[in-house]
Ligand binder design. Structure first.
Ligand SMILES: Cc1cc2nc3c(=O)[nH]c(=O)nc-3n(C[C@H](O)[C@H](O)[C@H](O)COP(=O)(O)OP(=O)(O)OC[C@H]3O[C@@H](n4cnc5c(N)ncnc54)[C@H](O)[C@@H]3O)c2cc1C
Length: 311
């Protein structure tokens, strides 16, 4: 089928059947999975923090019960528990449609969840389904939350190892003259090997957690970076409503219904993602204490300590 014909019924996101081509340890706790499969010729290369869903096999069932086609989601929801494959959210680290390849960086954290256990035991040839952007769809795919205003003075990127793939991709696609700071907390500082060299004006700091609680290194480092980036700005304290990160998602992304930035100009655009409780602490600091304009800051809880991802 040609791309022109396929466009007629293409949906923004499609199911891509893939198998593991290779696994490379790019850092002590970051495993880069390269997936392959003919469907990937149609995977859109949108960059930035393009999110995808990975569909994991069930013991004894594999992926055989996964409904195919554009209406898969409704059918999947109707399946009984023992046949409903678990989904987890990940980020496209790189895609090479011409080679039918997709890279996803897994931050491995033991055998505690479906995804991390799968990543721990996976081997070349293992199969997965990816729910990702279909380049035959002519329109905005969605799933990108890094949406800075067209005229952005400085950037502040911050997150933990789950946000490392997104921050790496953003660093690769920022304009060469971009400036600001990227602050990461990872399990081991050597995981920084998974980061590319970004624009010279981006000051990149990677801190090892070294067995401490999530946020122990990130929170003070982001506060310091924000202090430098905000120096000289007028700062109005703002009353901030609370977010319960145990019963809901922390997901505040300043875009309009078309997915566009809410402003044309900002002197500082911030993007933060990681453990929800840590991001909530940083939200309070940046918005309530430093008075950052909420129209130019994105806060995303990528995971929650002690809670599995809700499907
Ligand atoms: C938009 C988005 C993009 C993401 N991109 C990536 C990515 O590219 N790479 C990546 O590795 N992760 C990424 N994540 C995070 C990932 O989805 C979660 O870590 C997910 O919970 C992992 O699933 P699991 O099955 O291993 O654990 P779950 O079954 O969801 O949880 C089981 C237990 O593991 C704990 N847990 C979950 N994640 C972690 C962690 N990272 N460290 C320690 N404990 C954890 C939970 O608190 C829970 O107690 C992303 C999340 C979102 C929302």
């Amino acid at each position: 089928m040609t791309d022109a014909v396929a466009t007629l019924d293409a949906t923004p996101f499609a199911l891509f059947r893939v198998r593991v081509l290779g696994i490379r340890r790019v850092g002590p706790n970051i495993h880069r999975f390269t997936f392959t499969g003919p469907d990937l010729a149609h995977f859109a290369d949108n960059g930035f923090d393009q999110r995808i869903k990975l569909v994991f096999p069930l013991p004894g069932v594999g992926l055989t019960a996964m409904p195919p086609g554009p209406d898969w989601y409704g059918q999947w929801r109707e399946l009984p528990d023992h046949l409903r494959n678990p989904l987890r959210t990940y980020t496209v680290r790189a895609v090479r449609p011409e080679l039918e390849q997709l890279d996803v960086d897994f931050a491995v954290h033991g055998r505690v969840g479906v995804a991390s256990a799968w990543a721990f035991d996976a081997a070349p040839g293992d199969e997965l389904v990816v729910v990702g952007p279909d380049r035959r769809f002519r329109g905005r795919h969605g799933g990108i939350d890094f949406v800075p205003p067209a005229h952005t003075g400085r950037y502040l990127l911050a997150g933990d190892e789950t946000a490392l793939p997104a921050i790496a991709s953003v660093l690769e696609r920022l304009p060469a003259d971009a400036c600001g700071a990227a602050v990461l907390e990872v399990a081991d500082a050597a995981d920084a090997a998974a980061l590319p060299i970004g624009p010279l004006g981006m000051d990149v700091t990677v801190l090892g957690r070294d067995g401490r609680e999530p946020g122990a290194a990130l929170v003070p480092a982001v506060q310091r970076a924000a202090g430098l980036l905000c120096a000289g700005r007028s700062c109005a304290r703002v009353d901030l409503e609370d977010v319960d990160v145990d019963s809901g998602m922390l997901w505040e992304v300043p875009t309009d219904e078309q997915g566009e930035a809410l402003q044309d100009n900002t002197d500082l655009y911030a993007w933060l993602a990681g453990e929800a409780g840590v991001i909530k602490t940083l939200r309070r600091h940046l918005v309530a204490e430093r008075g950052l304009d909420r129209r130019s800051v994105a806060f995303m809880g990528y995971w929650r300590q002690g809670r599995q991802e809700a499907n």
